[in-house]
Design a protein. Structure first.
Length: 477
């Protein structure tokens, strides 16, 4: 077992080893070059149509001073940014050149869950291609979403491996800014040969956290900005299991929206926590000669148990932009259109979902934890519809967590309005597609099932938990 629980590190040969407690700043070790900040390639629609190929393949890429082997869309980590407008038709050919099966989920897009649209039940076999087609509704809100594989049993491995990319929906209200940047945050671990590390039993149980935290596939990249520049940062938490407490140093940071849904008004970003899968749309005004996105570890209640020794990050600069010269200041006008407030809706059905996972004693000696992560006592089954809802109704869901760690609850397609957390009402109006259910706690959300009917999923977005069964099938009829 010692082999299984040992922390393996990247860059051993390069003399850079980050072990033990406290942050080992990668940049401070042995003269590593600072990676430069780059934007993923953009696949943009033209005249209402985006037609493109996403090819999955392994890729050998430079990470700091090391060569590592990851999984990629179109040869890059993250994959290309998909940029669309409301009303667009999107045709994506998914070409699977991996030696494992996969599929594609357009996380956050309000599109159809059936047929060859955002259908997580599709299976794209190794060596095969599949033609996806999505219609972006004409009234789709502008905002930031993302895509990743959703093949049950393989989701955590494939996302950890590097399969993720941003989706940007732009419309005429999208604010004009000095820079509009995608910041995809992800993590991964590697063995001494630079190959992706496998998750051990603890990693699966708690959700694996990679040793290296990246922004757009680089460790602590640096880019350029200008003084007084007004920038939009589209932050995607693409980590399998890592919660990110984020703040901006060197600039004023206003949170405009979460999960692609505008808040009622801008709020301070400071120390906002993004669960795995959450996105934050942030407006940053550079007010010094250097602006950084700073990350702090969100302490896990079970940290330190049984060899779980993830690195602690304290005030860790994920990405830094150096200001040179002065920006031509552009006034970024942000429109906050009021979201429908489901607190005023009449509720057709109330349901309770109980999330449960095994404790340490239950998994000691177990060969697998498959099926031990459940919702309402049941692990995911392809063959079963767990929840049937009626189109054009508003439901109220109480989501209860019986475990000692928090779970980020994700519903596909229809956003959730957070009503209360541990019985305390949420005063602000917010729609999200991932809401965190506190340890031994509960939340209440309301959902307006409308427009799309069909079968899709709800699950924990700690992707290891989803793969181990904490997922259910919902059908809107
Ligand atoms: Cu979970």
């Amino acid at each position: 077992m010692s082999q299984v629980f040992s922390r393996r590190n990247l860059l051993v040969g390069a003399g850079v080893v980050a072990v033990g407690t406290g942050v080992t700043y990668y940049l401070n070790q042995g003269g590593n070059k600072v990676g430069s900040f780059t934007q993923p390639e953009v696949l943009a629609s033209n005249n209402g149509v985006l037609e493109a190929t996403l090819e999955l393949a392994t890729v050998s890429k430079q990470l700091g001073n090391a060569k590592v082997n990851m999984l990629s869309y179109n040869g890059t980590v993250p994959g290309p940014t998909i940029k669309v407008r409301p009303g667009d038709k999107v045709k994506l050919k998914l070409t699977n050149n991996l030696n494992q099966d996969t599929n594609l989920h357009t996380h956050g897009l309000f599109v159809h869950p059936n047929a060859n649209s955002d259908n997580p039940f599709i299976h794209v076999m190794a060596g095969e291609s599949f033609d996806y087609e999505f219609d972006i509704p004409a009234d789709h809100a502008e905002g930031t979403h993302w895509y990743h594989p959703h093949l049950h049993g393989q989701v955590a491995n494939q996302v950890f491996g590097g399969l993720y990319g941003a989706i940007v929906v732009e419309d005429d209200t999208t604010p004009k800014v000095s820079e509009d940047r995608v910041l995809v945050i992800s993590d991964a671990s590697f063995d001494s040969s630079g190959n992706l590390a496998e998750a051990n039993m603890m990693g699966l149980m708690m959700g694996r956290e990679g040793d290296y935290v990246m922004v757009n596939g680089e460790i602590q990249p640096q880019g350029k900005t200008k003084k007084q520049a007004v920038e939009r940062w589209r932050i995607v938490n693409a980590c399998v299991a890592r919660y990110l407490a984020l703040q901006v140093v060197g600039g004023e940071a206003k949170l405009l929206g979460l999960d692609g849904h505008k808040l009622a008004e801008a709020e301070d970003l400071q120390n906002r926590v993004l669960a795995p899968g959450n996105r934050a749309d942030v407006l940053v005004t550079v007010n010094t000669d250097k602006v950084s996105l700073i990350y702090n570890t969100v302490a896990h209640p079970d940290a330190g148990m049984m060899g779980m020794s993830s690195k602690e990050y304290t005030d860790y600069p994920l990405v830094t932009f150096i200001a040179e010269g002065a920006a031509t200041v552009i006034a970024a006008e942000v429109k906050f259109q009021p979201l429908p407030d489901l607190r005023k809706s009449s509720v057709s059905t109330r349901r309770k979902f109980t999330l449960a996972m095994p404790n340490h004693a239950m998994v000691m000696g177990a060969a697998t934890m498959e099926g031990m992560f459940t919702i309402n006592g049941e692990a995911f089954s392809h063959d079963k519809v767990n929840t049937t809802v009626s189109n054009n109704t508003v439901e109220e869901w109480s989501i209860v967590n019986t475990s000692t760690m928090q779970h980020p609850f994700h519903l596909h397609i229809w956003p959730m309005q957070l009503i209360s957390v541990n019985g305390e009402e949420v005063s602000t109006l917010r729609h999200q597609d991932i809401v965190t259910v506190p340890a031994n706690g509960n939340i209440v959300v309301r959902v307006n099932f409308h427009t799309h009917t069909g079968k899709t999923l709800y699950h924990c977005h700690i992707l290891d938990h989803e793969d181990l069964g904490m997922m259910g099938v919902i059908e809107s009829v």
